[in-house]
Design a protein around this ligand. Structure first.
Ligand SMILES: NC(=O)c1ccc[n+]([C@@H]2O[C@H](COP(=O)([O-])OP(=O)(O)OC[C@H]3O[C@@H](n4cnc5c(N)ncnc54)[C@H](OP(=O)(O)O)[C@@H]3O)[C@@H](O)[C@H]2O)c1
Length: 512
């Protein structure tokens, strides 16, 4: 079977990465062990790291380089997508792993680190190039950037052209519009926008990258990708897990901040954007930000009607009894934090005028699934003696996780003498068609940052447009305690108000 390549992947693969040191701030944390170091190992295995490359952790727990390597070996063994660890790959990869112990506010620690990095440059030929990954609690982002700048570890790209320094910032980028603007100003005092890579790991997922290919490399879809043919779009992020050990974090975040403001808005912008003039990062960002700025502001009288918030109570998931949110560790027993959000948005452009976009995201739902479903208008009911009904409308589903792929629901005649019509699915699965599991999102994103390609990262105006839209909702919720929490049982599809949100428009949520 012919193997088709991904044009976006080729763009990155065609460049060769410059030597560099990747510094992970917060290297003893969960993200480093579960995602970052396993991603680096797989990049090393696939030959995608620079030939002169070092990764060094930076955190406050004292440990030797050897201890750090041992811990990372265990992390890779547990979390790598490719298993078992190949000894030869590990041996050379581990020689490029180091650890530096310091508090984030300790000037002496940064001075020692600077000398350490100079030694690394001399030993490994990494030429002073730096990527700093801030995998730390967000409150430390400004402090670390400030210390790096003060100790000469950041270079102004307008002055220094023979080396680069870039910062990868983990989510969340602010808690609301005001804090996001403040963080942006703090970063701008030390960095140019071209040096800042705001990570949204959804953008590194294979199916999300291929949204652009699906739309702009297939005339068949692009010509019907508008309000003339599309009835509505549903975007779902459903998790079966609860908040687990992250109760403290969740009490300050909630679903609107954690998933909707960043991941779902990014998906929406990719579905709706106009074709960019090129695949250069700024061209793509220019089109995405126009979408985010075109979303109709949610007026205060819609807060209760078109935005539903929910919180799970006790229930059953996969046949097992599970706690309600308020019974989870480190959660206020009276908490008003939402673990579910459903909302309706409109993108006020010529292309999308009148097309509703329904977004829902929830924890402790019956299954884990992230998808975008584009439902087309019904065919006129002039033939076959009847209209076929909304349940038979053609639907294009882009499955983001799990089982990445694309399916198209079309109507077909049931074989036999009568003219019975039944919907059937044309299904494309990445795993079975391309014969391999797609790389982890973090692999692609780390690789792109080392290459200096920010296309799959969020630009500051995208982040601000999204906060501008959703901050009034957060403000309203802050001052209006939910009266009915918990309002859905763990293991159900969310509060009944979410169903009513679509019923009012004569529609229903897709059954996943
Ligand atoms: N974990 C995830 O799945 C996930 C997913 C998406 C985004 N994120 C984001 O990624 C970032 C990191 O998350 P995480 O879950 O890895 O956090 P974490 O497990 O709490 O790790 C935080 C890290 O920062 C270090 N640290 C904290 N305060 C420090 C200080 N004053 N000086 C030096 N080191 C200090 C910790 O060192 P000690 O171990 O010594 O305390 C630890 O290495 C956060 O911004 C989070 O929002 C995480």
């Amino acid at each position: 079977m012919a193997m088709m390549s991904n044009p976006l992947e080729e763009i990155s693969a065609s460049k060769s990465p410059d030597p560099c040191v990747l510094v992970i701030f917060g290297a003893t944390g969960d993200l480093t062990a579960r995602k970052l170091v396993p991603a680096l190992y797989n990049l090393s295995k696939d030959g995608l790291l620079p030939s002169h490359f070092v990764c060094t952790g930076f955190a406050r727990r004292p440990k030797s380089h050897e201890q750090f390597r041992q811990e990372m070996f265990e992390a890779i063994s547990k979390h790598s997508r490719s298993k078992p660890i190949e000894q030869g790959i590990w041996d050379s990869f581990s020689e490029q792993l180091f650890y530096h112990c310091s508090e984030f506010d300790n000037d002496e620690g940064y001075e020692k680190f600077k000398n350490f990095l100079q030694d690394i440059d001399a030993q490994f030929g990494t030429r002073g190039n730096r990527v700093y990954y801030l995998s730390t609690p967000p409150s430390y982002f400004p402090q670390i950037v400030d210390k790096l700048s003060k100790h000469g570890l950041l270079y102004d790209p307008e002055v220094v052209q023979d080396r680069f320094s870039r910062i990868i910032i983990e989510k969340p980028f602010g808690q609301d519009l005001e804090s996001a603007i403040k963080l942006q100003r703090e970063l701008e005092s030390c960095l140019q926008e071209t040096q800042i890579y705001r990570i949204d790991h959804y953008l590194g997922k294979e199916t999300v990258q291929n949204l652009m290919v699906l739309r702009f490399a297939n005339a068949v879809f692009e010509s019907i990708w508008n309000n003339k043919y599309i009835d509505h779009v549903q975007i779902t992020v459903s998790e079966d897990i609860g908040v687990g050990t992250r109760g403290k974090f969740w009490e300050e975040a909630g679903m609107l901040r954690d998933i909707v403001q960043n991941h779902m808005m990014q998906l929406l912008s990719l579905v709706c954007m106009e074709p960019p003039v090129s695949l250069q990062a700024n061209s793509v960002h220019d089109e995405k930000v126009k979408v985010l700025q075109s979303i109709r502001p949610i007026s205060p009288d819609e807060f209760d009607n078109h935005i539903v918030r929910g919180q799970y109570g006790p229930g059953f998931v996969n046949g097992e009894p599970v706690k309600g949110y308020r019974q989870e560790d480190n959660v206020n027993p009276q908490s008003g934090i939402e673990t579910y959000v459903a909302l309706r948005l409109f993108v006020d452009t010529w292309r999308w005028s009148g097309v509703p976009f329904y977004l829902r995201a929830g924890k402790r739902l019956p299954k884990r699934a992230t998808e975008i479903a584009v439902t087309f208008k019904e065919a006129p009911g002039v033939l076959f003696n009847r209209a076929l009904g909304p349940e038979n409308a053609n639907t294009l589903v882009i499955r983001i996780q799990p089982d990445e792929g694309i399916s198209l629901k079309i109507n077909s005649k049931v074989p036999g003498g009568s003219c019975l019509i039944q919907p059937v699915k044309m299904d494309f699965r990445y795993g079975s068609y391309f014969g391999s599991t797609p790389p982890e999102a973090y692999e692609r994103l780390l690789c792109d940052c080392v290459l200096g390609d920010s296309t799959l990262f969020a630009r500051q105006d995208e982040v601000m447009a999204s906060w501008k839209l959703l901050t009034p909702v957060l403000e309203y919720w802050k001052h209006t305690a939910p009266k009915n929490f918990p309002n859905y049982a763990a293991g159900s599809w969310g509060p009944k108000e979410a169903d009513e949100l679509l019923q009012k428009d004569g529609r229903t949520w897709r059954y996943l």
